[in-house]
Design a protein around this ligand. Structure first.
Ligand code: ZN
Length: 336
């Protein structure tokens, strides 16, 4: 567990996260963005359910909506809650046109990250764990030398702000290039002795057959075919990740099961490092067709025992998953 700032020490879960994961499988939350969109649309805060609104700014402009999403996931049975910070870094603030310089963007981002962590901490109290969420910046292959060291500083900044605001651990999501994974994990580890979770994104390159799993997207001039699961797991583990897994991607539940198996069996994963899987629930992704005729929560629930029996220790949901999904998964987990 991370060392929190003075004053927050009474507001932390009773067990260090890795100890909790070692004792029994655990559920993480589901998607945030689609939940914010739904709720913001219903309240007339956005004109339609469109993808362009800034989730990061909701931490300061509509914190009550962010907190309500966290609370719904907790009530559904999640014990790990991700901060609403997947896109709250300097580059996202700049892209939104909310700052005119990198320095101004950094202080804007500080504000968003700190608010997000405080909201998640408030929702979790000391019953659940707050994961500081860092998303990929991408295009690493196009960055060199100085740019990469700037990026490392950016990861350090994000990790430090969320650590100091009370997060228990950190998760790095949606990374597809090993170099970015290494920079992000090392940066997070340099900030504190706290658990760091690495969940890259994989795809099935031999669609429609299963089997050729490599990272989802890589700049074409470097490696148009992505890197293998083993290569990515080695990068994450060597950099110091405490939990490794797979996140998002255009896959179905059978693919996630295959990927989970390969991560579990990877010679690059030491046995003590647990595996986490966050299936994508998006309707635009390939359908979760393994359980035809079932609703998505029912389909996800039937896979919970399979994934836990395989050896996965942490399960959650990515894009489009809902508190209903997590509730169904929690029901299946409790019947295990
Ligand atoms: Zn996703």
């Amino acid at each position: 567990m991370g060392q929190c700032s003075p004053g927050l020490t009474n507001n932390m879960p009773p067990l260090p996260l890795l100890e909790r994961i070692a004792r029994a499988p655990i559920l993480c939350d589901g998607a945030m963005k689609t939940q914010l969109m739904e709720r913001s649309f219903e309240r007339g805060l956005i004109p339609e359910r469109e993808m362009s609104f800034s989730t990061g700014y909701w931490n300061v402009e509509h914190p009550e909506i962010v907190e309500a999403v966290h609370r719904d996931y907790l009530e559904a049975g999640a014990e790990l809650i991700l901060t609403n910070t997947f896109k709250a870094g300097v580059y996202h603030v700049m892209r939104l046109g909310r700052a005119s310089s990198l320095a101004a963007a950094a202080s804007e981002s500080d504000r968003l990250l700190e608010a997000a962590t405080q909201i998640a901490r408030r929702a979790c109290g000391n019953d659940a764990w707050v994961l500081a969420d860092i998303g990929s910046i991408g295009q690493m292959s196009e960055m060199h030398g100085g740019e990469r060291s700037l990026l490392r500083e950016e990861f350090v900044r994000q990790a430090r702000v969320m650590h100091d605001a009370g997060a228990d651990a950190l998760i790095i999501e949606y990374v597809w290039e090993p170099i970015e994974m290494v920079l992000a994990v090392e940066a997070a580890k340099s900030v504190a002795d706290w658990p760091v979770i690495a969940t890259p994104v994989f795809a099935n390159w031999s669609y429609p057959d299963r089997g050729d799993y490599r990272t989802h997207r890589v700049a074409p001039e470097i490696d148009s075919a992505g890197v293998t699961i083993d290569e990515m797991i080695r990068a994450a583990v060597d950099a110091g990740a405490d939990v490794v897994g797979a996140h998002c991607g255009v896959l179905d539940l059978a693919d996630y099961t295959e990927i989970a198996g390969r991560i579990l069996e990877s010679p690059n994963r030491p046995e003590h490092i647990p595996v986490m899987i966050q299936p994508n629930g998006s309707e635009t992704a390939r359908p979760l067709d393994a359980e035809q005729g079932r609703s998505r929560p029912e389909a996800l629930a039937t896979w919970v025992p399979r994934l836990f029996d395989l050896g996965v220790r942490v399960l959650g949901g990515c894009c489009g998953t809902t508190p209903q999904d997590i509730r169904a998964m929690a029901g299946a987990a409790s019947r295990e």
